[in-house]
Write a protein that binds this ligand. Structure first.
Ligand code: ZN
Length: 130
């Protein structure tokens, strides 16, 4: 249970190993907790961003650096979200169609919805840092 507590307390531990079958349920709830944390963090950051825009509009001064930082933080959270989504898909044994976004069984070679070719295996986490 201590790991769950850690996740709740620090909000920093992200599950990186989703391979072990017997732990699926546990991983699943860990991921769900993290997802709701991220949603909360994103919301807070958007609020701060809104405040910043208001401040800038009022003062007429642009603080582009603060702006960029805030946007980068939000992007990082979104990246983490999509990463978790992939892990959840993996646990559920589904893949997301790269073409239409439909979720379908990993066993399928083609998407039943749009007929697009599905990846053989879910793509290992790709972190594009641009
Ligand atoms: Zn599709």
């Amino acid at each position: 249970m201590s790991f769950l507590d850690d996740v709740i307390n620090t909000g920093k531990n992200v599950v990186s190993t989703a391979g072990t079958k017997g732990k699926e349920a546990v991983n699943f709830s860990k991921l769900k907790i993290r997802v709701s944390q991220i949603h909360g963090e994103v919301k807070t950051k958007f609020e701060k961003l809104g405040e910043k825009i208001y401040e800038m509009a009022k003062s007429g001064e642009k603080d582009n650096e603060a702006f960029d930082n805030m946007i980068a933080e939000i992007d990082a959270l979104y990246a983490e979200l999509s990463d978790i989504e992939k892990q959840v898909d993996d646990l559920k044994n589904v893949v997301t169609c790269p073409k239409c976004g439909a979720k379908t069984s990993k066993e399928n070679a083609f998407c039943p919805k749009c007929g697009g070719k599905l990846p053989e295996k879910p793509v290992e986490e790709q972190k594009t840092e641009e």
